[in-house]
Design a protein around this ligand. Structure first.
Ligand code: B16
Ligand code: MG
Length: 217
């Protein structure tokens, strides 16, 4: 029986993925690499530092740790400029109704995000109070596809993994949830999430009944 739902942030609650892509494109172009949307799929759900390593690898470029630190700071500063104007209008369709519905039905809710900017973004979206627990990229040693972020969220919700459903938009996040022993609902607006238990386009018209019908053990 599902008793808690753990939400990914970027790509599930709001579409900041597009701003990550724009800022990474700028960094990639600085090392002479054209980062396509297809390359960008590899970065979704992955930490900032690991994303840079993937880009440098794709570009065949090598940088010292100091040079990487500069690029990471540049990426984040550009990203923060792009998300400065985020508001409740940027919450993805169906999210608030779904949160209200499952919480009033007694499910616990958490965020499990790789982002170090998660608290800032949730505040901008005015969604913080909808969650019993928030685990972000500042609170884990290993980021997705490692299960740590979701295991920590389940622990804070005081629920075993088998009672948790993860909602994710990225392969790295689906792998993290599966490795945590949790079921996964994929948000599949950009491509295939072949390992998710079930996929939907967005959270519009999703409710407690849907969860109990499709995910109860
Ligand atoms: P930041 P999620 C992830 O968030 C993004 O999907 C990923 O593209 C990003 O690199 C990562 O957060 C780190 O974000 O640079 O803000 O710390 O999807 O796990 O909510
Ligand atoms: Mg995501």
């Amino acid at each position: 029986m599902i008793r808690g739902v753990i939400f990914d942030l970027d790509g599930v609650l709001t579409d900041t993925a597009v701003y990550h892509y724009q800022s990474w494109r700028k960094i990639a172009s600085g090392v002479g690499f054209d980062l396509t949307e297809s390359h960008n799929e590899q970065l979704k759900g992955v930490s900032r530092a690991e994303s840079l390593d993937i880009i440098l690898n794709l570009a065949g470029a090598s940088k010292t740790d100091d040079e990487k630190s500069v690029l990471l700071a540049e990426k984040n500063s550009h990203y923060l400029e792009l998300i400065a104007g985020l508001s409740t209008a940027d919450i993805l369709p169906g999210v608030v109704d779904f949160l209200e519905n499952i919480r009033s039905g007694g499910l616990k809710t958490a965020v499990g995000s790789s982002s170090k900017n998660a608290a800032f973004i949730l505040d901008k979206l005015q969604l913080t109070s909808y969650f019993d627990a928030i685990v972000d990229g500042n609170m884990v040693k290993q980021t997705k596809p490692d299960p740590e972020v979701f295991l920590n969220a389940a622990k804070l919700l005081n629920l075993p993994s088998e009672n948790c459903l993860v909602i994710e938009d990225a392969d790295a996040g689906v792998a993290a949830a599966k490795s945590a022993g949790m079921q996964v609902l994929g948000i599949n607006s950009h491509g295939l999430l072949k390992d998710a238990d079930r996929c939907v386009q967005n959270l519009l018209n999703m409710d407690l009944q849907f969860i109990h019908t499709h995910f109860s053990s």
